[in-house]
Design a protein around this ligand. Structure first.
Ligand code: FES
Length: 184
């Protein structure tokens, strides 16, 4: 007779309830509600979710799909099509390098390359210390100031690779000071 395998002591699983059984949280409902019954509003809703949360959290996408009546696969399909959308929380500092025409002819590529080289990340990525997230964006509407870099909502005009890196190095030093103060 075959002997029975010893009973394994599995970790206890505590069921925390299905978060989707509830209504969307109020801040998400205020994004979704104006777009109910609007089949063309999916991108707008995704943009607003990202603006509010800084990225597209999985749970919020599930709510949006259910509440607006889209298959979840369609929501992800649309979100993944545009590299503007992020699926991970951004780092402490968000860097947007403008890639519009005016910035392009003003050599924004050299700025982008310098940031990539210094930080060791590509567009859409976050440094392992979660200090910087790098994104390229289309025209930010300040073409006369090209090339433009936007760091944490602040627009920097007529940037060079060197000036951009000075700003990032300053933010890095600032973060180190803040962390040190927090440890005292
Ligand atoms: S192209 Fe960069 S601001 Fe317009």
């Amino acid at each position: 007779m075959a002997s029975r395998a010893p009973t394994k002591h599995l970790p206890k699983y505590k069921y925390g309830g299905d978060p989707l059984a509830n209504s969307p949280p109020p801040e998400l409902a205020s994004i979704i509600d104006p777009h109910r019954g609007q089949p063309d509003a999916l991108i707008t809703v995704l943009e607003e979710i990202q603006r509010h949360y800084g990225y597209l959290p999985q749970l919020q996408l599930q709510y949006a799909a259910r509440e607006l009546g889209f298959p979840l696969s369609r929501v992800y399909g649309v979100a993944k099509f545009y590299n503007f959308f992020q699926f991970e929380p951004p780092g402490r500092n968000l860097i947007h390098v403008c890639q519009g025409t005016a910035c392009h002819v003003s050599h924004c590529d050299a700025i982008l390359q310098r940031i990539k080289d210094e930080l060791g990340i590509s567009e859409g990525e976050t440094t392992p210390d979660r200090l910087f997230t790098l994104q390229r964006v289309a025209c930010v509407g300040a073409c006369s100031l090209a090339p433009v870099v936007v760091i944490n909502e602040q627009t920097y005009a007529r940037m060079t690779p060197e000036k951009t890196w000075e700003n990032l190095a300053r933010l890095r030093a600032q973060a180190a000071d803040e962390d040190e103060e927090g440890n005292h």
